[in-house]
Design a protein around this ligand. Structure first.
Ligand code: ATP
Length: 278
């Protein structure tokens, strides 16, 4: 039996840089893994089975963990299967890469369980077939992600801080969000180079001042801007929507400041969590 954490990610910046002939978009993003994680337990089993405690998460072949396990077994030419239990903590449809994190954890966990048949490089190749964010979820930390999100350049660790996650009651669908993106409507781009320099200089303010996600302009919900403003009014050094939403996060210099800011959201239809970079 293997127990493994599947850590969520945030996009400190997200730039949609172009639409590809295959319909997908090329991105340029600074990605950050955080401590918030699903707990995954993997056991050998005659076939593949998934048990997940969250509503709205499929427990069949549509689950990313199932797809990862199937690809792993096919590539390793292994008979039999695994039973996978997912204790879900990452908001579903929040832009925090929960499905990708689970797939990444399953591939890493199964590689250990089956005696390391694959190199890390090969495992990331298998991961990419499960989803564009899976290779990042395997790498973790702070990275520049380009292409579909799979071309990764690791960066130094982000400075210490507390992160308040604000999860609206409504999820956002990644596919739908990207299908609404009009490239000629994108006129602002994040200063990715500036964020990278700030990461190298351990300059938290420099990172926060440059956080920008050009997908926010395509979200048809006014709540995103309202929650960002509320975070900023409550001492956040920076606030942003992660990925294709709907989670919005604020960065704080201390846990105490994040905790006080969370109180400002009490009466609103949201869940809040405090986490830290990993
Ligand atoms: P992104 O990776 O684009 O940031 P997201 O974080 O917004 O995506 P997820 O939480 O990964 O979204 O889930 C999106 C959809 O994928 C859900 O609606 C759910 O039905 C499906 N899904 C399949 N497997 C999983 C899984 N293991 N965990 C969460 N969602 C899953």
């Amino acid at each position: 039996m293997i127990e493994i954490k599947a850590h969520a990610k945030l996009n400190l910046s997200l730039d949609v840089v172009g639409k590809r002939p295959d319909g997908y978009h090329n991105l340029c993003s600074i990605m950050q893994s955080v401590r918030l994680a699903d707990d995954i337990t993997i056991r050998r089993n005659p076939d593949i089975s998934i048990l997940c405690d969250a509503k709205y998460v499929p427990m069949d072949q549509q689950n990313t963990a199932y797809r990862a396990a199937k690809l792993f077994l096919d590539e390793a030419k292994q008979d039999g299967g695994v039973s996978i239990r997912i204790r879900k903590r990452i908001p579903v449809g929040g832009g925090m890469g929960g499905g990708s994190a689970d797939a990444a954890a399953v591939l890493m966990g199964m590689n250990k369980l089956f005696g390391y048949p694959f190199s890390f490089k090969k495992l990331k190749e298998i991961g990419l077939r499960c989803g564009a964010d899976v290779p990042f979820c395997m790498t973790g930390g702070t990275c520049l992600a380009e292409g579909l999100g799979e071309i990764l350049t690791p960066l130094p660790a982000m400075p210490r801080c507390s992160i308040l996650l604000v999860r609206p009651r409504f999820p956002l669908n990644t596919k739908q969000m990207f299908s609404g993106v009009k490239m000629d409507a994108i006129t602002c781009h994040p200063d990715t180079e500036g964020i990278i320099n700030a990461v190298y200089n351990r300059d938290l303010k420099g990172i926060c001042d440059r956080m920008y996600n050009n997908l926010e302009a395509f979200v048809p919900r006014k709540e995103i801007a309202i929650y960002k403003e509320l975070l900023q009014k409550n001492d956040a050094m920076g606030a942003l929507m992660t990925g294709s939403g709907s989670v919005v996060f604020g960065i704080f210099s201390s846990f105490e400041k994040a905790r006080i800011a969370a109180e400002a959201f009490r009466a609103l239809p949201v869940h809040t969590y405090i986490t830290t970079p990993l």
